[in-house]
Ligand binder design. Structure first.
Ligand code: GUN
Ligand code: FE
Length: 425
C-alpha cells in the first residue's frame, strides 16, 4: 500500500532557492521512498492507496541537527557563565552521572524524543565519556527510529573530578562501539569520532582519532575557537603548535568529514587551513550567545566559500528546535552586521532553511538519501500545522512564517523512511 500525503511542501534547492508547492501530493512506497511529488490535480490515486489530507499544514524535509550534546539535555537554561567555568561547574559533573545506566537511559529517551518532536530526523551528537552510556544512546536512537551520528566524548586529559579515560581504554571502547553500532545493517546509526576539544585531549589521542577515522572512513566532530579564554588554554596545553586550528591540522583531524563547532576566533591562516581541508564550520548561534562566547562571522565565511553547517549545541544552546536555530542564525547575522557597521548583511530564511535540511545532508554526504523532497529519496519529513492559504505563494515568505512563528511549536507529525515516528498523521 502506498501512502499519499496531500499538503503544502517546502523543498530546499540551494543557498538561494526554495520551492513552495501548494496543494501537492507526495507518494511514499512500501519501502519508505518518495515515488512521486506532483500537483493534487495531476495525481492518480488508487483505491488501495492511503490518502492523508494535511491541507492545514506545511511539510518540510526532516530537519538535520549537526551538533548537540545528549548528556547535557537536563542542563538547558540552568548552567550559566562562560565556556570554561560552565563546563567545570555544571557540565562535567552532569556528564559524570552518565556512569549510571538508568539515568543514561532516561536522558537518552528524553533527548531523542524532544529532537523528534521538533521535526529533527537526523541528529549528530556527543554522548558522555562512558562506553555504556554511548551504547544506551545508540540503542535508544534505534528504538525511537531517529537517524543519529553518536560518539562517546573522547577525553584523556583530566578535566574534572575523574572525568577522563586513559587512551588505551578509549582505543578499545571506540573499536567496540564501531563494530557494534556502525558496521551493521542499519543505515540509520553511525559512529562519529568525537575528540571533545584540544583542551581535553593529548596529542596522542588526537593522532589516534585521526588515524582511526581515516582507516574506517568516519566523520569526526570537535570544538574550535569558541571563547577567548579557551584560546589561552590551548597555548598553555599545546605550546608546540602555532595556533588552535594548527593543533587539529597537524594531528590529522582536519578532513572533509570533520565538523568544527563554533569557529568564532580564527585568523586568516586558520581559515585557509580549514578551507584547504574542506572541513565543515558548524555554526551554533544560540549557544554562542548563551555562553557570551561571541558572534561567528557567518556571511564572511560564506563569502570565502567555507562549508557551513548549523547545530543547536544543546545545552549551551537552549533548544533542540532547529527552526529556532535557523531563526537565531538569521537574527545573529543581523547582530553581526549592526556591530560591524555592515547592515544589510543578514542571511535569508531560504539559506537558514537550506542549512537545516539539504545543506546539512550534503555535509553528511547523504543528500542522495535525505534532506530534500525528491523522487528516490527516503521519506524523512516534518509536518507543521500552518495555514498557508493566507500566505503569499513566495517560498521565502512562507519560510519566514514557519521560522518566526513556529520555531517553538512541535511538529504535528514526523516521518522517517515513511514511518510515523512522532506525533500523529
Ligand atoms: N567545548 C568543549 N566541550 C564543550 C561543550 O560541551 N560545549 C560547548 N559549547 N563547547 C565545548
Ligand atoms: Fe558543543
Amino acid at each position: 500500500m502506498k501512502t499519499i500525503l496531500r499538503s503544502n511542501f517546502l523543498n530546499p534547492v540551494n543557498h538561494d532557492v526554495c520551492d513552495f508547492l501548494p496543494d501537492y501530493c507526495l507518494t511514499i512506497d512500501e519501502q519508505g521512498k518518495i515515488v512521486s511529488i506532483e500537483p493534487f490535480a495531476l495525481t492518480s490515486i488508487n483505491e488501495n492507496d492511503r490518502l492523508i489530507e494535511l491541507n492545514n499544514c506545511v511539510i518540510t524535509p526532516g530537519l538535520i541537527d549537526l551538533h548537540s550534546h545528549l548528556p547535557q539535555y537536563s542542563a538547558i537554561g540552568i548552567g550559566k557563565g562562560t565556556l570554561l567555568s560552565w563546563l567545570s561547574n555544571y557540565i562535567i559533573p552532569l556528564e559524570s552521572k552518565f556512569s549510571n545506566e538508568k539515568f543514561a537511559h532516561e536522558q537518552s529517551v528524553a533527548f531523542f524524543t524532544e529532537a523528534l518532536l521538533y521535526g529533527t530526523t537526523t541528529i549528530v551528537t556527543y554522548c558522555s565519556i562512558h562506553r555504556n552510556s554511548t551504547s544506551i544512546a545508540f540503542e535508544t536512537a534505534a528504538a525511537l527510529g531517529i537517524r543519529a551520528f553518536i560518539g562517546n566524548s573522547l577525553i584523556d586529559l583530566p578535566n574534572g573530578p575523574g572525568y577522563f579515560i586513559p587512551l588505551e581504554t578509549i582505543k578499545s571502547d571506540i573499536e567496540y562501539l564501531l563494530k557494534k553500532y556502525h558496521l551493521t545493517n542499519s543505515d540509520k546509526l553511525s559512529y562519529i569520532v568525537s575528540p571533545r576539544y584540544a583542551g581535553s585531549c593529548t596529542k596522542e589521542l588526537m593522532n589516534y582519532c585521526a588515524n582511526f577515522a581515516k582507516m574506517n572512513d568516519l566523520f569526526i566532530q570537535t570544538h574550535l575557537a569558541e571563547n577567548k579564554s579557551e584560546l589561552e588554554l590551548m597555548k598553555k596545553l599545546h605550546p608546540e603548535f602555532d595556533n588552535y586550528t594548527g593543533i587539529y591540522a597537524k594531528t590529522g583531524l582536519l578532513t572533509d568529514k570533520t565538523f568544527l563547532a563554533h569557529c568564532i576566533y580564527l585568523d586568516q591562516s586558520e581559515l585557509a587551513m580549514i578551507q584547504k581541508a574542506g572541513s565543515i564550520v558548524c555554526h551554533c548561534p544560540t549557544s554562542n550567545r548563551y555562553l557570551s562566547s561571541g558572534i561567528m562571522p557567518l556571511v564572511n565565511y560564506q563569502k570565502i566559500g567555507l562549508r557551513i553547517g548549523l547545530g543547536t549545541d544543546v545545552a549551551a544552546g537552549y533548544s533542540l528546535s532547529l527552526l529556532n536555530e535557523a531563526k537565531e542564525a538569521i537574527e545573529t547575522s543581523k547582530s553581526y552586521g549592526i556591530s560591524n557597521d555592515r547592515n544589510g548583511n543578514d542571511i535569508s530564511a531560504t539559506y537558514a532553511f537550506y542549512l537545516s535540511t539539504k545543506g546539512a545532508a550534503e555535509n553528511l554526504k547523504m543528500s542522495d538519501k535525505v534532506g530534500s523532497i525528491q523522487i528516490g529519496l527516503d521519506a524523512d519529513l516534518a509536518i507543521f500545522e500552518m495555514d498557508c492559504s493566507h500566505e503569499s505563494p513566495i517560498a521565502e515568505d512562507i519560510l519566514r512564517t514557519l521560522i518566526y512563528k513556529k520555531f517553538n511549536q512541535t511538529a504535528k507529525a514526523v516521518m522517517i523512511e515513511g514511518e510515523c515516528v512522532s506525533g500523529t498523521l
